[in-house]
Design a protein around this ligand. Structure first.
Ligand SMILES: [Zn+2]
Length: 336
């Protein structure tokens, strides 16, 4: 297939060498965000407002066994047809091209792409939807990364090493996250999401305070994303440890709802429009160290990146506060 024309938000929002004053403030966000206990059973109803009548569901084998029947029941009751495509596990150009070819070969075309799974599956779904010019629906089954709400995909080589970032001009048409599924997943995923989300505020603050800094979109951050980032960190400090305990008991409660929102919506909007700094750069760099890449999750690498950033900024009191919280939550606080 021919490669799509790449969309580069910097070319739209940012001038080449312009002064900060000429760079606009930009906020982007998913069109709809739905979170709650059991929402996956109503996915068909939500999809009817996208609108979609025939969806491609991108989901891995384990996800099909666990959630497949509920997903299909929900779509059937809303009279939405579906085609299931198995996700092979890596968000790589090869995998995206393969899924696009499968969908293009279908006798009856689909009209939207619903990705169900972790960050890599959602990111791959965004690339597929972008190539087919269709709405993308994000159904995260983990609260482990800030991927679900954003319009960008982190691309990896077939071996799983970070290679590139691919942008889509459209944010997800719908994000639906079922907190019951999050509560029943291993607690390490929620904990990793807390590490990823905690960096949001400190990275956004660095960008906000530096007039030469740009967000991921090549734009200046808004007051709104700055407030979202700060709320994200406050929520994590307040409810993070209770949410970890709730997931250990496979229980959905208000603390878990707050942390799922922090990890997914607040962190997602915060990083995309608020800006990234050292924490995510270090995390992406760590993916080239095979032992780290094999054994650690994105959010755990971001946790190390955030502590590094706070030390570089000489914010020693905050570094101590964040490290103390990370240690209690179960995140790494040193390379050893
Ligand atoms: Zn992240």
């Amino acid at each position: 297939m021919s490669a799509p024309i790449p969309y580069i938000p910097h070319a739209v929002f940012s001038t080449e060498e312009g002064e900060a004053a000429s760079v606009p403030r930009v906020l982007i966000a998913p069109q709809r965000y739905v979170q709650g206990d059991g929402v996956i059973d109503h996915l068909g109803r939500y999809l009817s407002i996208v609108p979609s009548e025939r969806v491609a569901i991108l989901i891995d084998k384990a996800g099909q066994q666990r959630d497949g029947a509920r997903l299909l029941n929900s779509l059937n009751s809303a009279k939405i047809e579906s085609e299931v495509v198995t996700f092979h596990g890596e968000c790589s150009t090869e995998e995206v091209d393969r899924v696009v070819e499968v969908l293009q070969a279908m006798a009856t075309p689909v009209d939207s792409v619903v990705a169900v799974g972790g960050g890599k599956c959602l990111d791959a779904g965004k690339c597929v939807a972008q190539r087919l010019a269709m709405p993308m629906v994000s159904v995260p089954t983990l609260a482990s990364t800030d991927a679900p709400c954003s319009a960008l995909s982190v691309m990896y080589t077939a071996e799983g090493v970070f290679s590139d970032v691919e942008f889509s001009p459209r944010s997800p048409a719908l994000v639906a996250i079922d907190t019951r599924i999050v509560a029943e997943a291993p607690v390490r995923f929620l904990v990793a999401g807390i590490g990823d989300a905690m960096a949001t505020w400190y990275e956004a603050r660095t960008c906000f305070d530096n007039p030469r800094a740009r967000s991921v979109l090549g734009a200046r951050p808004t007051l709104a994303t700055s407030a979202i980032g700060e709320l994200c960190a406050d929520t994590l400090f307040e409810y993070g440890l209770s949410a970890v305990e709730a997931v250990k008991r496979s229980e959905v409660n208000d603390a878990l709802e707050s942390i799922v929102e922090a990890n997914t919506l607040l962190s997602g909007m915060g990083f995309e429009s608020g800006g990234l700094a050292v924490a995510h750069s270090i995390a992406q760099g760590l993916t080239v160290v095979p032992e780290v890449n094999r054994n650690y999750m994105h959010g755990e690498m971001v946790a190390i990146g955030l502590l590094t950033q706070l030390v570089l900024e000489k914010s020693f009191d905050e570094a101590r506060k964040v490290a103390g919280f990370f240690a209690k939550a179960g995140l790494p606080v040193h390379l050893g």
